[in-house]
Each structure stands twice: as structure tokens, then as C-alpha cells.
Design a protein around this ligand. Structure first.
Ligand code: BGC
Length: 773
């Protein structure tokens, strides 16, 4: 755990330069706009430890798989979002010395991520080996207004000398991924050109042949006036630069603006890529840095209007939650249904920028409440578009008749994870995808989604479950063998309660969806039936038979559901019995020992309560919670949020708050010593859930928002924004009760502590409540 980030409500601040923390800061201070993301690498040369990262959404490379023993059904490759051409680089030479923060003496270093307005600022004084001192101040952002563009303002002032500064702003396509399986470079050059103040480099990925054109334009100012510089162009393989020298007097500031863009062949025909890149560069450099930044600030402030959480009385918590919201909004903007949310977003290479069940299980609730419904709809359509591939994936494993198994890890619909116990067995992801459809329809009321896209996906998923169970002669019931539940610290178990329960839920919901579509849109229904060759009577009868005869493991004596058949055979020890030196288990114990131990990586039975809470009474939930939580090590960052929400539901406010704390500043404090790999973007959505669904007790029932909040003891108040069916609400929970402000022009009725409230357009209502002291 580190504690070097200075607390502030709206800014992430680092003061003083510590090279050992640099890779962590590169992750934390990352920028993104949904289309591209950039780690907080330096503009100048840096020869110290760094993980360079510029990622262009949707552009990936199928890196050949590395496995020990090949198993039939394994994917050939792991898709990775690539480190793309470096667009931020500006090499600086002062007379004949290179400015390099690794070799210079650095003082007054300060890095600030302004979350309210969406930009990164950095300033420092550097003393070069010769004793020359310069002061540098930079600002940059990835624009969410011109979402293919980024801009940099680089200011440098000689403090104790006059001399010549040689600047080399460049685009360098000779980059690689540090996680490349065979140390291979993934890009080849297509075209390049460089003029005095502009340069363009188009690179193509090997195998996938995506093309990305990166462009730049440079403008130089001194004393507030543009300077005509004599540039020299530099070209070498995969590299273009424009180099110029300016004579500078002591204390005279030189300002370089670098306007850049990354355009991908996913969005333009390849032969027009360069032309479009020129146009974007022209447009943004014409706008100028200040105007771009003003537009950026305005757009970010508008995003905050819909998604902010404000906490009074705990500035550390305030910074933590805003950081999470900021990163989520930087990662996914929902404009493009081909894109999704990698567990590390655009902040590092780990997890390859690929899609996991994290999106449906954790991110969907965040985007549903804080963004236009279209944003979540696009996340769902992403899976709809991959349905055919999911059917092929299931066929590879021996399933038939349109059964669909969505991949555990994917970028284009194909599975790219290759551990059999996860690839073939962690099939619960199918249920999360179905649940997200339900969740979307429940939240938005957009039942037409089922006609258009949802039902087909549900049918494929239901067919999978119907084939994945088998009839046990011994039990005279259906069973589900050989699965891995969300708890990856047990593999190949039989009758994982969560997976089987969710499978049944999928069958039920699909039956409900069939009825809805049949009634609402008979023509569409007929078309889907035909298209999917659905044998309505026969298949439905089979599903009903499964629904009535499925085996779910329970322990009557303890009154709990069993995580899997043999869970109680495991040694009866608890997390509190572990020595601190044993933690985290996944780093300290052999895999064999972990698998045989009773320790649970993340919510499993409890994950089922999170999704289906209205089906279980509080006592059952409490018994299971009290049994499983003491055996859970929470070694996935996705775990504490589910526990926080359930603890809140069970009235255990203190524990709810403790679980929330475990992830609220996971990256800012580098809690797990792994932030240098990138930030835990999907778990950030879980932290949001802890506040809104946990402390705020927000639920959607029967087309209405319900709130059941409590106020964490340390906080004076907290407030959050939710958009619901065209209404924007601000819910403030403070010592006097729950104040609901309707910020829109439409009335809404909500339920607070089981009492109905009508809130007129633009009006405010107070639900008085006394919180326990
Ligand atoms: C968790 C999975 C999760 C993945 C990506 C793993 O550690 O166990 O549930 O999908 O990380 O976040």
C-alpha cells in the first residue's frame, strides 16, 4: 500500500518525483476518451523504468497462444489491444544535452490529473549534468469532443542561462507490447510523410491488418507570439519527426503545441485514412489548444452533472470515488457497439483490453444509472453481434442446435483464454450476459430490446444451459458437472450453486421473454423462431422439465446453500486463521494447496444473492453471508463490492463500509501492489455500486426507483446522481434524511424507506430519517 497521492476533491496530485513510483503514476494519471487511451508517459526522453502505452480502441493483435499442454477447443491466440504509435513524444535538447528526467536532477515535480475538466498537468525544474536549469510545464488531454484527437501544450523556460533548444516532436511507430508472448513486434509501416510542421505515419497490424494513421501538427510560440521555425524533417523506418532549434534567452518561455490524432481503419476505408487524419489535424490545430481545452472542460463538467458522487466529511473517500467515475467515463463512452471495457481499460496491457463478464456484472449498473440508455444498449448489442461466434464456440465444445457459449475473454467474439478450467468451465459468464439484458430492460423499460436483439441471445444461452446439464440416474434430477464458479480457487466442481441457480434463472427469463415478444411483436417473434429453428413446444417442455427437476446443493443443518457438492468436505478453517505471511494466497501458496483449501477468491453463492436478492429472505441471506464471508479472501477486486451491498442489505452498516474501503482507493493507494500494470477499471464500477446500491440502497422494482440509504458514520453526507427514464435525480443523504432533487422537466415517483414520494419537475422532496448515531 502506498500513500503518495495528495488528497483533493477534484484532482489527483503527485508531488516530488520518485522513479520507483513512475510506472504506478503512469497508470493512475492515464487519459482516455473511449476511442483512445494514453498512459501518463512523459513527452521528453525518459530512460528510466516506464511502460509506454497508447491504445486505440478496437485495434488488436492475435498474439499466438503459449500453453503447456494443448487441449482441443483451446483458442489459437490471445487478442491484445496494442501499444500503438507514440504520439506524445517531444525530445528536448538543451544546447548539446538531452533533457531526461532519469539523468537530470528534478525538483518541484508536480503531476496533477484534473478530473473535473479532463486534463493532465505536469511541472518540474530540471538541472542537467552541466548545471543548466530549466522549468517545464505541460498540459495534455485526450479530447472527448474531438474523440480521435489529443493535444499537448509544452512550456519550457531556461532559468540560469541563455542557449539553444532543439525540439524534436515525433511520431514513433516502432513500439511493442511488453506482454508480447514471443517478443514480437506487432506493427508494420504503411506510409509516412513529414513536412515542416505536420507529420503522418500509418501503421498496419500484422495478421489483423488494422491500420492506424497518427498525425501531428506543431506550433511554436515565444513571448506570446508565433515563431517561424526552420524545421528539418526526419524520417526513418516507422518514425517521423520535425526538428527545429530556437535560441532562447534566460527566463524566456518557449511554448510548443502538439496537436495529434489517431484514426483507425475500423472507422474509415483504409485508402481514406490519411486524408481524414489530415482533416482532423487541420480542424483541431485551427481550433487551437485553448479552445479545445475549453470544450473539453465543458464536456467533462456535463458528464459530471450526470454521474458525480459528492461526499462531505471525508476528502479521501471523495477523491477515491471521483477517480473511479472519471476512469470509467474515460474508458467507455458508449458511442460504438463494437467497443467494450477491458478490466484495465486503456491504462495498461494486462488483460489485453479484452471483454470479461465484468462488463455485464459490474459495469452495466454504473452506465445504466449515469449515462444515456444507449450507452448500455451498445454494450448489450456488442454481445448480440457476437452471437454467431458464441454459437460456433459452443459447437467447438460439442454443443448443437444454436446453443451459445460466450467467451470468458474476447475482443471480437472469439474465445481467447486458454486455461481449460476457465475457458471451458467458467461458464457462468453466459448468465451474466443474460442478466444484463434483464437489468437493462428492468431499468430502462425498453422491452422492445427483447424483440430486436435480446431474445435471440437469450435463446442461444438457454439452449446452452439445457444441454450443459445432464440427467443423473442416481439423483433422479438434473445436475451440472465440471464447472468453475466465480470462485476460481476451486475448479472442475460439480453443481456449483451459483452457476446452476443462474442457469435456471436464464431458462425462466427466456421463457418470460418468449411470451413478451410473442405478445408484443408476433411478426418479429415468428421471424426469430424461423431464424433460430426454435422448436417451441419441444424445447420449452425440456426447459420446464429442467426447471422442475434441477438439483441444487444445500446443507439443511446449517441452512445454507452449498457452493458445490463437496464444499463441506474441505478443511474447516477460516481466513482469520491464516497467517499474514500467507496472504495473498495466489502469491504465497501452490495452486494445488489453494484448490484443496476452503478459501474463496470472490463472491460466489453471494454473487447469486446480489443478482437475485428478491427471491431470498433476509434470514437465508444472513446465514449464507455469515458462513461464506469468513472463508473469502477477496483476492479479486470484484469481490468486496458484492459483500458491501449485501452487508448493507443485512443492516450491517459498519461491515458494508469496511468492504467499500477495500476497493475505494485500490489504485490510488496501490493497495495490491499491482497498479503499475494498469488500473482496475471494472472493479471501479463495483465501488460505485457499493455507494449507490450499498449505502444508497438503490433498487429498481416494478418500474420504480427505491432507496433505502444509510449514512456511513464518518461522512456528513453523500449525494449521487441517477438518470432514470428521462429524469435526472440528485439524491443527498445527510443527517436530516434523504433529499431528492428532480433536475429534469418531468415528474417522477420514487420509494424511500418503503414510502412513496412524488417529486415534481425541478422540485425537491425531503424524506426525513434519523440515522443511528
Ligand atoms: C476474476 C474474474 C474476472 C477477471 C477480470 C479475475 O481475477 O476472478 O472474475 O473476470 O479477473 O477482472
Amino acid at each position: 500500500m502506498k500513500n503518495y497521492i495528495k488528497v483533493d476533491e477534484w484532482n489527483i496530485i503527485e508531488e516530488g518525483f520518485d522513479p520507483h513510483l513512475n510506472k504506478i503514476s503512469e497508470s493512475i494519471f492515464s487519459l482516455g476518451n473511449g476511442r483512445m487511451g494514453q498512459r501518463a508517459n512523459f513527452e521528453e526522453t525518459y530512460t528510466g523504468e516506464s511502460l509506454p502505452g497508447n491504445y486505440v480502441a478496437g485495434v488488436y493483435y492475435p498474439d499466438k497462444t503459449r500453453v503447456g499442454w494443448w487441449k482441443n477447443g483451446y483458442p489459437e491466440y490471445f487478442a491484445k489491444v496494442l501499444n500503438a504509435a507514440n504520439w506524445i513524444g517531444i525530445d528536448v535538447k538543451i544546447d548539446d544535452e538531452t533533457l531526461d528526467l532519469h539523468t537530470a536532477k528534478i525538483s518541484d515535480f508536480r503531476r496533477v490529473l484534473n478530473m473535473r475538466e479532463g486534463y493532465l498537468q505536469r511541472s518540474f525544474t530540471a538541472e542537467l549534468p552541466s548545471g543548466k536549469q530549466v522549468k517545464v510545464n505541460t498540459k495534455r488531454f485526450c479530447s472527448i469532443v474531438d474523440d480521435e484527437a489529443g493535444a499537448i501544450c509544452y512550456r519550457i523556460t531556461p532559468l540560469n542561462f541563455s542557449g539553444n533548444f532543439t525540439f524534436t516532436p515525433f511520431i514513433d511507430g516502432d513500439v511493442k507490447n511488453q506482454d508480447a508472448n514471443y517478443d514480437e513486434k506487432f506493427w508494420e509501416e504503411v506510409t509516412k510523410e513529414v513536412n515542416t510542421d505536420t507529420a503522418f505515419l500509418t501503421m498496419r497490424t500484422k495478421k489483423t491488418a488494422f491500420e492506424v494513421c497518427t498525425g501531428m501538427q506543431i506550433a511554436v510560440y515565444q513571448n506570446g507570439q508565433p515563431v517561424e521555425v526552420q524545421s528539418q524533417t526526419i524520417q526513418r523506418e516507422k518514425y517521423v519527426a520535425s526538428q527545429f532549434t530556437v535560441a532562447t534567452k534566460q527566463q524566456e518561455e518557449t511554448v510548443i503545441f502538439k496537436f495529434a490524432a489517431n484514426l483507425s481503419s475500423e472507422n474509415y476505408p483504409k485508402e481514406q485514412l490519411l486524408q481524414h487524419c489530415r482533416e482532423v489535424i487541420q480542424k483541431i490545430s485551427h481550433k487551437g489548444f485553448d479552445q479545445m481545452l475549453q470544450e473539453q472542460a465543458k464536456a467533462w463538467i456535463a458528464k459530471w452533472e450526470e454521474s458525480d458522487i459528492a461526499i462531505e466529511g471525508d476528502i479521501t473517500a471523495q477523491q477515491g470515488i471521483r477517480f473511479n467515475i472519471f476512469q470509467l467515463n474515460q474508458t467507455y463512452t458508449g458511442e460504438d457497439a463494437r467497443l467494450n471495457i477491458g478490466p484495465k481499460g486503456f491504462t495498461g496491457e494486462k488483460y489485453g483490453g479484452t471483454t470479461y463478464w465484468d462488463t455485464e456484472a459490474y459495469c452495466v449498473p454504473f452506465y445504466l444509472a449515469t449515462a444515456d440508455p444507449q450507452v448500455t444498449r451498445n454494450l448489450l448489442i456488442y454481445r448480440y453481434k457476437h452471437l454467431q461466434k458464441a454459437i460456433e464456440n459452443a459447437e467447438k465444445l460439442g454443443f448443437t442446435n444454436g446453443a451459445a457459449l460466450y467467451p470468458m475473454v474476447t475482443i471480437n467474439g472469439e474465445e481467447c483464454h486458454n486455461e481449460w478450467e476457465i475457458t471451458f468451465e467458467e461458464i457462468h459468464r453466459n448468465a451474466a450476459i443474460a442478466f444484463a439484458i434483464y437489468n437493462y430492460v428492468r431499468y430502462t423499460g425498453d422491452a422492445a430490446y427483447l424483440n430486436e436483439y435480446g431474445l435471440e441471445v437469450l435463446l442461444g444461452i438457454a439452449r446452452f444451459w439445457a444441454q450443459r446439464v445432464n440427467w443423473s440416474e442416481a439423483k433422479q434430477q438434473y445436475v451440472m458437472l465440471g464447472v468453475t464458479g466465480p470462485n476460481e480457487y476451486e475448479n472442475n466442481v460439480n453443481n456449483n450453486w451459483y452457476t446452476s441457480t443462474m442457469a435456471l434463472w436464464c431458462l425462466e427469463y427466456t421463457l418470460e421473454a418468449i411470451e413478451k415478444v410473442k405478445n408484443n411483436s408476433p411478426d418479429k417473434f415468428a421471424a426469430i423462431m424461423q431464424h433460430t429453428s426454435f422448436r417451441e413446444q419441444e424445447e420449452i417442455a425440456q426447459w420446464q422439465h429442467i426447471l422442475q427437476n434441477m438439483y441444487l446443493p444445500v446443507d439443511e443443518e446449517r441452512g445454507i446453500f452449498l457452493q458445490q457438492d463437496n464444499y463441506l468436505d474441505k478443511e474447516n478453517i477460516l481466513v482469520k486463521d491464516l497467517k499474514p505471511a500467507d496472504r495473498p494466497l495466489n502469491q504465497k501458496w501452490s495452486w494445488d494447496r489453494i484448490l484443496r483449501s476452503p478459501f474463496i477468491k470472490q463472491a460466489d453463492v453471494l454473487q447469486g444473492f446480489y443478482f437475485l436478492e428478491d427471491r431470498f429472505d433476509l434470514e437465508i441471506m444472513r446465514r449464507n453471508f455469515n458462513f461464506y464471508e469468513p472463508r473469502t479472501v477477496h483476492e479479486s477486486s470484484l469481490s468486496p463490492c458484492v459483500h458491501a451491498i449485501l452487508a448493507a442489505k443485512l443492516g450491517d452498516e459498519e461491515r458494508a463500509y469496511q468492504f467499500y474501503l477495500r476497493t475505494s482507493r485500490l489504485d490510488l493507494d496501490d493497495y495490491n501492489n499491482d497498479t503499475e500494470d494498469g488500473c482496475h477499471i471494472t472493479s471501479m464500477a463495483g465501488t460505485w455500486m457499493s455507494v449507490v446500491e450499498g449505502f444508497g440502497g438503490m433498487r429498481v422494482r416494478k418500474n420504480q426507483l427505491h432507496f433505502n440509504p444509510f449514512l456511513p458514520g464518518k461522512w456528513q453526507s453523500f449525494s449521487f446522481k441517477v438518470g432514470f427514464r428521462g429524469v435526472l435525480l440528485n439524491i443527498k443523504v445527510s443527517k436530516v434524511g434523504v433529499q431528492l432533487t428532480n433536475q429534469s422537466g418531468k415528474d417522477i415517483s420514487v420509494v424511500v424507506y418503503d414510502k412513496p414520494y412524488e417529486i415534481k419537475a425541478k422540485a425537491q422532496v425531503l424524506a426525513e430519517h434519523e440515522f443511528a448515531a
